[in-house]
Design a protein around this ligand. Sequence first.
Ligand code: NAD
Length: 370
Amino acid sequence: MKIAVVRETRPAERRVALVPEQVAKLIQLGYEVAVEPAAGERALFSDDAYRAAGAEVAWGADHAATVVVSVQPLERERLSRLHAGTALISFLPTNPPDVVRTAWRAKLTTFAMELVPRISRAQSMDALSSQAMVAGYRAAIVAAERLPRFFPLSMTAAGTVPPAQVVVLGAGVAGLQAIATAKRLGAVVKAYDVRAAAAEEIASMGAIPIELELGSLEGAGGYAREMTPERAQLQRDLLTPYIEAADALITTAAVPGRTAPMLVSRAMVERMKPGSIVVDLAAESGGNVEGSVAGTELTIGNALVWGGANVPSQMAGPASRLYGQNIASLIQLMTNGGSFDPDFSDEIVAGCCLTHNGEIRYEPIRELLE
Ligand code: NAD
């Protein structure tokens, strides 16, 4: 059985779905692996490295493959040319539902990496976490690089350089990684999140939890719930002095299935000091910072505002290695006696399957498609 690794076609996508070391592991499991030419080039994995790991490097491998893996979903035209029954594993957004509709009509079996259940047994397959971790690291590095000041305290014969004051809003996977990185660089970090467990997690990273006395806002699965407009305004008011005192602000807040909450208004950014830097990791999904634009650096008041766009792809090598490990672990779970044979009664397989055999397996999208 063949696994095909496609070359990503979106201009800003530099990642690849499997790196050579994972190809070798899948071959050991009993698969053949075919990789499209230059598939790993932008993540710095050469065709020769894939060949050395045992892969065939060739175009069009997806037509004869049992499983096609990618980071971004394949284009609709390409999907409609695949054989019925081919399995696809990638990020596969359900909104808008067009790509899933094409895959369903072509009778493809699709697995969406963002739907892998976030249970302990699926941790090695959790691509949301692995990519958020990369984004969080990058956010702190961007802030440190753009800030025209030191991150660490420095005491020299010529005087003392004070440490940077960093505020992180949203302390999930990305936020905690941003905190850890900013701390390692020596900044004084304060952070806020609406989840009850967050204060302890923030403190465990050596940062100072911001306590707003607003109560937690937790919904299903330990995720945050959406704020009411009144709560959002109160939260912004209470956060204002913290933002005003910050040299760097990193925002990472998200609510599943919703646009990102607006945590920081333009007026709040305008009160920041000259030379301040704002990194909005949520810029692509609506923005935590009013006025931030994904993929753009702009100035609001005295602050430089950096809007993240496909941030994991900006560190394509490590992001691909982690994503590829997630993909390889999921394929391993779906392998039985050396063959690709997903057990649809398994919670993880069932949880991330969107379409199979002409059926829609994911309830929330059924109404949109049928
Ligand atoms: P996410 O990307 O959906 O959100 C990022 C963070 O933004 C969350 O911590 C959320 O609470 C926060 N947020 C939302 N609205 C906010 C607001 N108004 N103000 C401040 N912060 C706000 O979440 P995520 O990072 O993917 O994960 C969130 C939770 O899921 C964490 O508790 C994490 O530990 C948990 N998790 C569990 C597993 C597992 O058990 N395998 C895996 C991954 C994540």
